[in-house]
Design a protein around this ligand. Sequence first.
Ligand SMILES: C[S@@+](CC[C@H](N)C(=O)[O-])C[C@H]1O[C@@H](n2cnc3c(N)ncnc32)[C@H](O)[C@@H]1O
Length: 276
Amino acid sequence: MSRSRAGRRPNPSGVHLLHDRAVLRRLVAAAALTPDDLVLDLGAGPGTITAALARTGARVLAVERDPRFAEILRRRFADRPRVRVLERDLRDVRVPRGARVVASVPFATSTAVLGALLDTGPPAAGADLVVQHGFARRVCGRPRDARAAWWAARHRLRIVEVVPRTAFGPPPRVDAARLSIRPRRPLGAEGDAVLRGLLEIAHARPATAGRVVAAGLGRRRGPRLLRELGIDGDRPAAAVRPARWWALAAAATGDDGGARPGAAERRGPAPGDGGG
Ligand SMILES: C[S@@+](CC[C@H](N)C(=O)[O-])C[C@H]1O[C@@H](n2cnc3c(N)ncnc32)[C@H](O)[C@@H]1O
């Protein structure tokens, strides 16, 4: 075992445990947790990530479905009152508002985890996840449907690091990636409704951005806002970056005091920021 790997941990299910300490350090550091935070470790296994999260002083909720791992977790953190172990399917767990998620999630649950975090309610407080690299590329690339566009319009989704399969024991068949999810400024109920409507129209069938805003915001106001935000109305709507739809919704609802895309959003596609 290389020096970068942690010592052997109990692994009754033979699942892919994150062994690379440097990746683990970066995963936890990226979250910049404080003792005021509640953080969820979804699919906690024997608790390697849970332990690193606990060291930040944050309250930790370790969710694990496998009863053998859950028992290991209960024993391991028995004397840590700020660590709670929940033996449950993570897909049945509601992420409390304001809570963070830092986890190496079971690959098969990645879509469910993002859905639980990003589908409804106010934007997620933030998440740092280790997921399959291919999955991370899909959610960070140009959205294929309105749901993915909604996720990326209200949050910045970025691959911050490719995590090679050798970082796990036993190694999975494919590489993973560290996915950073950060909220944009909340738009409020009206802005969210406008944004969702625009994205539904944009992804319903091929259309230009001009047609979408005319349908969603009116024939006068839509094109005017496009011009103000410097968005080419002739380009395919599906190619407009999610951050731009967010800015349109903000402007359309008068919620644009400081809501215009920031420098990073205006600059063009950041790596994995949705393209276009
Ligand atoms: C990839 S391992 C990660 C373990 C640990 N986070 C680590 O990196 O060392 C995934 C863990 O999630 C658990 N798991 C799989 N599906 C789950 C589900 N639906 N709900 C809760 N836990 C699940 C597995 O038992 C396993 O412990």
